[in-house]
Design a protein around this ligand. Structure first.
Ligand code: C5P
Length: 306
């Protein structure tokens, strides 16, 4: 407590993006949130969060998407730093650099990843030793996907997506993510979903056992059949081109395809590495997407690397 940090203290934490293999969305609740039944998988597209001493709280961006990083208090990373500093009675006089490879407003939890990474980096930086359950509670305060990114791997999410339980999974799954320069607003996609369903919608979401069995077996072909996203119809309603992108990837041999989270990123499950490269090259040259990247999952959650 109250300990001043030498200028040389830098802490770097690496955080993954995610894809929802299944995203079941219940009716809108009084809180405005929706009860989810989801399966998250962390994938090896990473942001790196570095915190170091500064005269005041400041955010900088670098890397592929660094120019798109908000540098003010609207960034969840800013709020994360304030939460941890407050919890240990310190002033958040830090520079937070976000080296950004996870696409922004893309449905891959990029903003949540930066919040999760900042929580962990600040906990280490301030030598706060915040217990894991308290860090999880702070994560849930910041956003529905933040606890999963701290956790990583593969997990079942309920509640708002913040209540996690582990999922048995075997081996590694290959993905291609088709990305777009213009993002979608998560809140708007949930709203559009409510509109499309109407006021009498009351189905409680549930993850199919077949999907969990496919994960436990490491069976990509089987997993491909059960990928599903209740937000997909709304994402397509707001961005009609996504339908063609999904069909294009299917024709290129993907085992299953869906919009990632609230979109617009489209995720394609590949049979193996070779067929992932075919998908990658095909999608990149399709003229339908701005970029495409090959990734695999599951991978670890937020972790200190320096
Ligand atoms: O929790 P987070 O801030 O990431 O959520 C962003 C927006 O997504 C919320 O404001 C809400 O509109 C919507 N949301 C929802 N139900 C969830 C998660 C998010 O309606 N379970």
């Amino acid at each position: 407590m109250g300990m001043s940090k030498p200028d040389t203290v830098h802490v770097t934490v690496r955080v993954p993006g995610k894809v929802n293999l299944y995203l079941g969305v219940g009716p809108r609740e009084f809180s405005g949130y929706h009860e989810l039944a989801t399966v998250f998988q962390a994938v090896n597209i990473y942001d790196e969060i570095t915190v170091k001493p500064a005269d005041t709280l400041r955010i900088t961006g670098s890397g592929k998407y660094g120019h798109l990083v908000p540098t003010d208090e609207t960034n969840l990373a800013w709020q994360a730093a304030q939460l941890v500093a407050k919890a240990c009675g310190e002033d958040p006089n830090l520079e937070i650099n976000i080296d950004k490879s996870i696409p922004v407003a893309a449905g891959m939890a990029g903003g949540s990843a930066d919040a999760a990474g900042t929580l962990l980096a600040c906990d280490i930086y301030f030598q706060a030793g915040i217990p894991r359950d308290e860090l999880d509670a702070m994560a849930a305060l910041l956003g529905s996907d933040v606890p999963f990114i701290l956790h990583g791997g593969c997990a079942l999410g309920s509640g708002r997506g913040d209540i996690l339980s582990p999922v048995m999974t075997r081996g590694s799954f290959h993905w291609v993510f088709a990305t777009f320069n213009e993002g979608l607003s998560t809140a708007q996609i949930y709203e559009r979903t409510d509109e499309l369903r109407g006021l009498d919608f009351e189905t409680i979401p549930d993850v199919p056992n077949e999907l969990l069995a496919a994960l436990a077996q490491g069976n990509a072909q089987e997993l491909g059949k059960f990928l599903h996203n209740d937000l997909q119809a709304a994402a397509i309603a707001n961005r009609s081109g996504l339908k063609d992108v999904l069909e294009y990837g299917r024709d290129l041999g993907s085992l299953g395809e869906l919009v990632s989270g609230s979109g617009p990123t489209c995720a394609f499950l590949a049979r193996d590495e070779v067929s992932a490269i075919d998908l990658l090259v095909g999608l990149k040259s399709s003229g339908l997407v701005d970029d495409a990247v090959h990734a695999h999952g599951p991978v670890h959650g937020a972790r200190q690397i320096r």
